[in-house]
Write a protein that binds this ligand. Structure first.
Ligand code: FDA
Length: 307
């Protein structure tokens, strides 16, 4: 299992396979299980459908690690269009961005400027920007940028971050973020990390996820628990019930196309659920990380494909 996971994560960096799959109709068909579509209109259509089921949305215009300032601005432009469309179509949706897509690996100042402009736009339209967390080389710089932007006048309620339970440092990071009043999305973590920085086995990651869940739920800030793991979800529900934390004070988040049954069940039980909806032509690395999480998806997709 661990080998398969590493293989898919390694494949997520494979350029020839990426070029082939992203440009082929086969690839488009395979990816449709996890991706709303190639165009902005596809994402808005899916967002409206998810909203109609009582769930909120976070929209992700796929892409990471841009190689020019032009590309970074083009990526940001799509998000500005999304923020406008969310307002005009009155969708219950916010946006999730990656700082490497905003040029972080070219210039930190560039990524901070672009993310700041997006947070400003979100603030004006009463919306919110979630900054996804990428691999551990970027944890500190991502935290620094989000903390600086959050401290800017007018942006306090418009920007939040993601923390990964697999990192040893996350407990300390959460303490700091809570002191600042920054909204956190807690997830387990999707990248391949060395043992020097991250827990290697699932049970340690799960234990840390449950611990961090308690810390977030106890804080007065509105946070998100992003997982499809029923054990983690049950632990969160129990913690909230035992501590008298109302269901409206936090939300569960899940990925588009994964555990739809569980998403619906939580809504029926009166919990808040937000679905992360990715779209766009650069779906390959995201798609490979989803296969890494559950290699059985490959069989599932091949079966569907042949059908
Ligand atoms: P776990 O991997 O233990 O899986 C538990 C169960 O969930 C599985 O047994 C299976 O039933 C189901 N499941 C999980 N993944 C599946 C898949 N791909 N296909 C089908 N079933 C699956 N990561 C990151 O590093 N940075 C980030 O910013 C984010 N952002 C983010 C947002 C949202 C809304 C979610 C839900 C997740 C992320 N992640 C992320 C990804 C996260 O770190 C993690 O890799 C996945 O959510 C899988 O972990 P689970 O918590 O679901 O548990």
């Amino acid at each position: 299992m661990a080998i398969l996971r590493s293989t898919f994560i390694a494949l997520s960096h494979n350029r020839p396979l990426r070029r082939f799959l992203e440009q082929s109709p086969i690839g488009a068909r395979l990816s449709s299980r996890f991706i709303a579509g190639m165009k902005l209109e596809d994402a808005l259509r899916v967002a409206a459908a998810v909203n109609a089921q009582g769930m909120a949305v976070s929209l992700d215009s796929l892409g990471e690690s841009v190689t020019s300032e032009f590309e970074a601005h083009r990526a940001a432009e799509i998000y500005h269009q999304l923020l406008d469309a969310i307002s005009t179509q009155k969708l219950n949706a916010n946006i999730s961005i990656k700082l490497t897509q905003m040029g972080l690996e070219l210039s930190q100042a560039l990524a901070e400027r672009i993310a700041g402009d997006l947070a400003q736009h979100a603030s004006k339209s009463g919306n919110f920007v979630r900054v996804d967390m990428e691999d551990s080389r970027l944890t500190q710089v991502t935290l620094d940028i989000v903390r600086r932007l959050h401290a800017r006048a007018g942006l306090r309620n418009s920007i939040g971050i993601v923390i990964q339970a697999y990192l040893y440092r996350s407990e300390a990071d959460i303490e700091q973020l809570l002191a600042d009043g920054i909204r956190v999305r807690l997830c387990k973590g999707a990248y391949r990390e060395p043992h020097t920085v991250a827990f290697a086995n699932k049970s340690s990651v799960d234990k840390n996820f449950a611990l961090l869940t308690g810390k977030l739920l106890e804080s007065p800030v509105y946070h998100a628990l992003a997982t499809h793991d029923e054990k983690m979800i049950e632990a969160a529900k129990t913690f909230a019930a035992q501590h008298g934390i109302d269901r409206s004070r936090f939300e569960f988040q899940m990925l588009y196309g994964i555990r739809r049954d569980l998403q619906r069940r939580l809504i029926q039980e009166g919990y808040r659920v937000r679905v992360y909806v990715p779209f766009g032509t650069q779906w390959y690395p995201y798609f490979m990380r989803r296969l890494a999480e559950r290699p059985a998806n490959v069989l599932f997709m091949v079966k569907n494909f042949l059908r």
